[in-house]
Design a protein around this ligand. Structure first.
Ligand code: MG
Ligand code: MG
Length: 265
């Protein structure tokens, strides 16, 4: 069931989502060749708990009822989503998508950013840029009176124009007291189709875009999702609230990108 949030609830969602952004900014400071994703997970866990929140991913069950063993998903290169943090050091030229969720005062935050490790190729940089652009194009569509298909179509057309694959099996979602609420927000669809968007609808929009085929499969750990052709994938996610003329973006990349700018000086 879809339920619209009150203004007070939106502010609670904003707090949880800003904490996700702050957590990702902490990780941005340390992401470098040689760092392991397990080290990043430990930093995220401590940071979230120190701020009075719960890492919502930790213990979240997969379809087999097995709990996710970490506080963040770290998906490296051809991993699309749900990568389990491990002891393999990141290498120069890798990309790592870090998806993070918090629950603070009973409301959830959910946001994801794909980071470059050191210098990455022009080709992969373009994948990251295009995926992030598609997220903002989708957010532009998330206004009262539009339809869900307008959001989905914005992602699909922007990414497919570059020849990229749009993953079908995983989608964005409503967000509130639960991390995953109705409705589902696919990254593909037809303009003018689907649910009418109403004031107070809070959703996570999350394009998962591949450089080659859109076909994916699950790794043996029953969590990690990888591209069939082993080409890289990017994932950016914001939680937003539908408003009249312009969506209210509840999560933020501002601190993350400030850290990234300072690192590149
Ligand atoms: Mg997420
Ligand atoms: Mg999500």
């Amino acid at each position: 069931m879809v339920y619209l949030k009150t203004d007070d609830e939106v502010e609670l969602l904003r707090k949880a989502n800003l904490l996700v952004g702050d957590t990702l900014a902490e990780l941005a400071k340390v992401i470098a060749p040689g760092v392991t994703t397990k080290q990043l997970d430990k930093i995220a866990y401590t940071f979230i708990c120190d701020h009075g929140a719960v890492p919502t991913f930790l213990g979240f069950p997969n379809p087999y009822g097995e709990p996710f063993p970490a506080s963040i998903c770290t998906s490296v290169n051809h991993q699309v989503v749900h990568g389990i943090p491990n002891d393999t050091p990141l290498r120069e030229g890798d990309i790592v998508s870090i998806d993070c969720g918090t629950k603070l005062n009973g409301y959830c935050g959910d946001s994801c950013y794909t980071f470059a490790v050191g210098e990455i190729s022009e080709e992969i940089l373009k994948l990251l840029t295009t995926t992030k652009e598609s997220l903002y194009k989708a957010i532009e569509q998330a206004v009262v009176g539009h339809r869900l298909g307008d959001i989905s179509n914005a992602v699909q057309t922007h990414c497919e124009a570059q020849g990229y694959g749009v993953v079908r099996q995983f989608v964005g979602h409503g967000i509130g007291k639960e991390m995953h609420e109705d409705p589902q927000i696919p990254n593909y669809g037809r303009r003018g189709n689907g649910m009418l968007l109403k004031n107070g609808l809070c959703i996570a929009i999350e394009p998962m875009i591949t450089m080659g085929t859109k076909e994916i499969f699950m790794q043996e750990d029953r969590w990690g999702i990888v591209t069939r052709d082993k080409k890289p994938a990017a994932h950016f996610e914001h939680s937003i609230c539908v408003r009249k003329d312009k969506a209210d973006v509840l999560s933020s990349f501002e601190k993350i990108e400030k850290v990234l700018r300072e690192k590149s000086l």
